[in-house]
Design a protein. Structure first.
Length: 259
């Protein structure tokens, strides 16, 4: 049992997978199993093209909807992009920002991600801000420096009311989709550092309420011991969220630890 002010959150990042009908089927199964309870927050982040069918399917459940990205501008000549307001109109509650795949494949900088975090908060979307080090950075002993710089830069000029709705997801890049997971002790060490940085930048009362998720090959086999760590407040799940049974099992493991 975790004694924390923070409700655990299990969020699925479906990446570029599932057509809109496949997405509706997957979320339906998740919703039937864990969509009525409120002890653990459950969110799914499908591709933009499936958000409407998923929103419709979860209308009567407590599952929340998230997007995987957005542009910081409110509107304009940004071909192929989507604004925070558009996501709100699709009933999104969360938006994943700064995922390492976006940083790597689309060269997103901390400064650009910071603009997105601020725009999301202005539209009352909860950002799930992803941070994490590469294998080379970890091997150089730079993990805390790299993650700290990302947290500070991405949260620059953010303070006060509403910022407790930010979710940070620590995702060591070397653990994403590789089957390699940070050990619970390794993850807790970084989560503890992130909490300290949040305390420095946003103050203790907000930092205590911000959820810090772990992401990187989390699955039913390792989720329990990761969720047992005091500063691990849930998971951002990639591969294992595409299969209803494994995602549901991770939510059940979180429920066993919820207050
Ligand atoms: C992710 O990409 O956010 C992620 C955690 O992926 P996986 O669970 O597949 O490592």
């Amino acid at each position: 049992m975790k004694t924390s002010v923070r409700r655990l959150l299990i969020a699925g990042n479906w990446k570029m997978n599932k057509t809109s009908s496949e997405a509706a089927e997957l979320v339906e199964e998740i919703s039937l199993a864990v969509g009525k309870q409120l002890d653990v927050g459950v969110a799914v982040c499908p591709p933009f093209t499936s958000m409407e069918s998923v929103a419709h399917t979860i209308e009567d459940s407590n599952i929340q909807l998230g997007a995987q990205n957005m542009h910081p501008a409110p509107a304009g000549a940004y071909t192929g992009e989507i604004s925070a307001e558009m996501l709100r109109h699709l009933f999104a509650s969360f938006v994943i920002l700064g995922h390492s795949e976006r940083r790597t494949c689309f060269s997103e900088s901390n400064a650009f991600i910071n603009r997105k975090v601020r725009a999301a908060l202005e539209s009352s979307l909860k950002p799930i801000l992803c941070v994490g080090e590469s294998l080379a950075e970890r091997e150089r002993g730079d993990t805390v420096g790299v993650v700290g710089a990302q947290v500070r830069a991405c949260l620059d000029e953010i303070s006060g009311e509403g910022s407790e709705s930010i979710v940070v997801s620590y995702e060591p890049i070397w653990a994403i989709g590789t089957g390699k997971t940070a050990t619970p002790a390794m993850a807790q060490e970084v989560h503890g550092e992130i909490r300290r940085m949040l305390t420095e930048t946003l103050g203790a009362s907000i930092a205590d309420r911000i959820r810090i998720l772990y992401g990187g090959s989390m699955k039913p086999d390792n989720a329990g011991e990761l969720l047992d760590q005091p500063d691990i407040d849930g998971g951002l799940i990639g591969g294992a969220s595409l299969e209803a049974r494994s995602f549901i099992r991770i939510v059940e493991l979180a429920l066993e630890r919820a207050q």
